[in-house]
Ligand binder design. Structure first.
Ligand SMILES: *Cc1c(COP(=O)(O)O)cnc(C)c1O
Length: 478
């Protein structure tokens, strides 16, 4: 078969056939390796680096697809992490539901972009529609809006920008967009849990406020912000002339899955005209569960909510959004360019989403949400979420009365943190040993001790598997 040189999809039958052939041979290469439950081949960084170093990245003459695929199959695929494995549980890093992989194929092939309507008509309308549905799902009213972002960190950054701009405009009567930071900038303070995601510290740096603008609030025994202490700290700071402008609550902390009390934090925020954001990058999935939804509390009291679909919702990276209670706060990102989003077009009904986002070119990630939601419905998603939360609760119940273990807080979502009493070294060794045998688990520090961390996002994980893991780890006890 003679092929046009550039192999770009066209109405020409030969390029269609070529695409099918490439997709099929890629799938064959992947599927031939899916024959074990190990999450990783087990080889260490030096050995892997040597293999990768030996690859030619830009040969003088192209090697063609078939030969390149062989190389990938031999040297790369075996050492990719197999996120679908039930032996993979260290991070908030999920396997992908198969229908969302099909969605990725559509997104990649069409390659629509969400900056302007003419770059993605249906992609734009689907994002708008999905965002509207999500706003309702999370309890927001008719003034709400939102935008898909690059991830939870991007959503948190967007929220922090909005909080700064809103506070400066309302309280300091200052237009940050036009004039930059106000002269009072070094007194501005953002309050967040001591175990919240580091993206708030990063955001403070990016925003020109610096790490010193971030106050880390102490947590209680359940790893939730201690709201009485929070209130006292903020009152003290305000009295000292500092300017509290934002509180972030976390609905599902990265390590423990603990959930801050949004209603209490709302009261404090209101007292000081602060913006309240909920980082629900992790916990947002629980909204799908009739049994566990109430654990999230009143998320809709917040001015904005971070939702990650590449965690509990089991979608391919990246897929995340920021929902806002009042659409006017998204105006922080609005800017008009003659070549892209002319105001006259918007008056005629063309929606240009670039005005809501930090990014310009942006993938049609909302399509993954549309497809997965449609495939599963609320009930199907609810079963996934119930399953992973119940697995964590089973895991914890097996550890808590066993004297060889120290346990973290009782899981509210799907994370279990614990350690053998025998000290940091043995716990570190357990994690390394398991990794070399293809089981990948996490590690963190709680009250100065090294702890093992299990983030159970895969609904295929069974109680038998959990029992096995516990006895493997238990065997390390002296
Ligand atoms: C994962 C996580 C983030 C960061 O999200 P990304 O999608 O990785 O950028 C933020 N906050 C919390 C609580 C998280 O668990």
């Amino acid at each position: 078969m003679s092929l046009p040189e550039y192999t770009i999809l066209s109405s020409d039958e030969s390029t269609k056939a070529r695409l099918k052939e490439m997709v099929n041979s890629t799938l064959d290469a992947i599927l031939s390796q899916v024959n074990t439950d190990e999450a990783y081949s087990g080889i260490g960084p030096y050995e892997l680096r040597k293999k990768i170093e030996a690859l030619k990245v830009l040969p003088d003459r192209g090697e063609g697809f078939e030969k390149t695929l062989k190389t990938v199959e031999r040297d790369i695929l075996p050492h990719l992490l197999r996120t679908w494995s039930t032996s993979y549980m260290p991070h908030l890093h999920s396997p992908a539901l198969l229908e969302t992989v099909a969605a990725e194929l559509i997104i990649a092939l069409y390659n629509d972009s969400l900056d302007s309507w003419d770059q993605g008509p249906a992609a734009t309308e689907i994002e708008v529609r999905v965002i509207r549905e999500l706003c309702t799902l999370f309890g927001y009213g008719k003034d709400s809006d939102g935008v898909f972002t690059s991830g939870g960190s991007g959503s948190n950054l967007s929220a922090t920008i909005q909080a700064r701009d809103t506070y400066c405009s309302k309280v300091l009567k200052w237009d940050v967009k036009k004039k930059g930071l106000p002269k009072e900038w070094s007194r501005m303070r953002l309050y967040t849990s001591e175990i919240s995601h580091f993206s708030f510290d990063k955001s403070a740096h990016i925003l020109g406020l610096g790490y010193d603008a971030v106050v880390h609030l102490p947590v209680d025994d359940h790893m939730r912000i201690d709201t009485a202490k929070a209130e006292a700290i903020i009152a003290r700071d305000a009295e000292a002339g500092l300017l509290p402008f934002m509180i972030t609550a976390t609905a599902g902390t990265t390590d423990y899955g603990s959930i801050d009390n949004v209603s209490e934090l709302r009261k404090i925020a209101d007292r000081y005209s602060m913006y309240l954001h909920v980082d629900a990058a992790y916990g947002s999935g629980a909204i799908m569960s009739d049994t566990y939804r109430s654990r999230l509390g009143e998320l809709s009291l917040a001015d904005s909510i971070t939702v990650d679909f590449h965690k509990m919702f089991l979608m391919p990276i990246s897929c995340s959004c920021l929902l806002v209670k009042n659409r006017s706060t998204l105006e922080a990102f609005e800017l008009h360019a003659d070549y892209l989003n002319r105001e006259e077009d918007e008056e005629d009904g063309y929606i240009n989403l670039v005005g809501k986002a930090i990014q310009t070119t942006r993938r049609a990630d909302a399509l993954k949400v549309f497809i997965a939601f449609s495939v599963r419905g609320r009930d199907g998603y609810g079963r996934i979420i119930d399953r992973v939360i119940e697995n964590a609760s089973y895991f914890y119940s097996r550890l808590k009365d066993d004297e060889v273990f120290i346990t973290g807080p009782e899981p509210e979502l799907s994370s279990v943190v614990f350690a053998l009493r025998d000290g940091d070294e043995v716990n570190k060794k357990i994690r390394r040993d398991l990794m070399s045998r293809g089981t990948v688990i996490g590690q963190t520090v709680m009250n100065g001790r090294v702890m093992l961390k299990f983030t159970l996002l895969n609904p295929e994980l069974t109680h038998e598997h959990i029992d096995e893991l516990i006895s493997t780890i238990r065997a390390y006890s002296l």
